[in-house]
Design a protein around this ligand. Structure first.
Ligand code: UDP
Ligand code: MG
Length: 317
């Protein structure tokens, strides 16, 4: 089928001077092998995205580009974070490539999965998600928080691929459609499933970072997770309303209870009035906030202006 596809591998890099040479070495071997086996066009490339690194990352990328024809790069004007850097890379690569794979600079995600991804692409898949089958090498903390997060997202109704980070193959047409998603709070791994088209997963084992430190310290991880939740789910807003109704129901129970206490003469003056007021007004306020929340939720989806539909096949063409 698509024997001569041009593949671009997009890799965001932030202060990755320690890993770039080794990553280049391994990817060169991989890419050359695939080109030789006629699975990819010889125009395929690796595209490094320098995300405003403060070390020699960009110098190294330029140097690699000058001696290796299979490697190229772009540089962002400043550090914009992993998701923005990745988007910048994907949107640039789609102008040159038929199919793009995104991955991290540290090769924690097994590059041998690329073969399987391309195979699935050749079999008609437009998106292939790399899924971590085991996280043996991750710390206990990272594993538990990450897996808990995916489950939590699911419970909020977000269609997220379990244990899939940003190691993913996307076809050109997916990226073309994706460019219509104009939101600025990016959570790419949740956005691609929205695009649709035929997709599949490829399992791989996640390795250790072979050099350098994680560029995702706990603080960044938390803010990323929070962004994922608030960019994808209005559930927290609708929960306010539910909570309000629950409190209002409790207030009725308390009303009955405190009135009985009053009739029995077991209370001091003013207690009944106060207790009923507190619960009733609390519930009422909560519901009011919830109603406002419902409208804010609507505004929020409207402002995202996500495409309402994407046509995958038109028999007229
Ligand atoms: N990264 C980036 N900009 C940032 C932070 C990270 O481009 O502000 C890149 C980083 O260079 C790497 C990828 O994002 O290629 C994932 O980062 P890392 O491997 O440190 O995350 P972890 O695997 O620890 O979750
Ligand atoms: Mg990593």
């Amino acid at each position: 089928m698509k024997k001569d596809s041009i593949l671009y591998i997009v890799i965001p890099c932030y202060n990755e001077e320690e890993v770039l040479e080794e990553t280049t070495k391994q990817l060169k071997k991989k890419l050359e092998g695939l080109i030789k086996a006629k699975k990819l066009s010889a125009k395929s490339k690796v595209m490094y995205v320098n995300d405003g690194s403060k070390d020699r990352t960009w110098e190294i990328i330029k140097d690699i580009h000058s001696r290796e024809p299979l490697f190229t790069g772009i540089s962002l004007s400043r550090n914009r974070g992993h998701q923005n850097a990745l988007l910048g890379g994907l949107m640039t690569a789609k102008n040159y490539a038929d199919v793009v794979i995104s991955m991290d600079a540290d090769l924690q995600d097994d590059i041998n999965a690329i073969d399987k991804m391309i195979e699935k692409y050749n079999n008609g898949c437009d998106i292939v998600y790399g899924v971590r089958s085991a996280r043996k090498k991750d710390t206990f903390f990272k594993r538990v928080t990450a897996e808990g997060f995916y489950k939590f997202m699911k419970s909020l109704g977000v269609d997220c691929v379990y244990n899939h980070a940003d190691y993913r193959l996307t076809s050109k047409r997916v990226l073309e459609e994706f460019s219509n998603y104009k939101e600025v709070n990016l959570f790419l791994r949740g956005m691609f499933p929205l695009v649709g088209f035929k997709s599949d997963v490829v399992y791989y084992e996640r390795k250790e970072r072979f050099a350098g430190e994680s560029k995702y310290p706990l603080k960044k991880m938390l803010s990323f997770a929070w962004n994922g939740i608030t960019s994808f789910s209005v559930k927290p807003l609708t929960l306010i309303c539910t909570l309000g109704i629950i409190i209002l129901l409790i207030s009725i129970a308390i009303m009955i209870y405190s009135l009985i206490r009053k009739i029995m003469g077991a209370t001091i003056d003013g207690w009944t009035f106060l207790v009923i007021s507190i619960w009733f007004i609390g519930g009422l306020q909560m519901i009011s906030i919830g109603i406002i929340g419902e409208y804010i939720g609507k505004i929020y989806s409207e402002t995202k202006a996500r495409p309402r539909y994407i046509i995958s096949e038109n028999l007229e063409d």
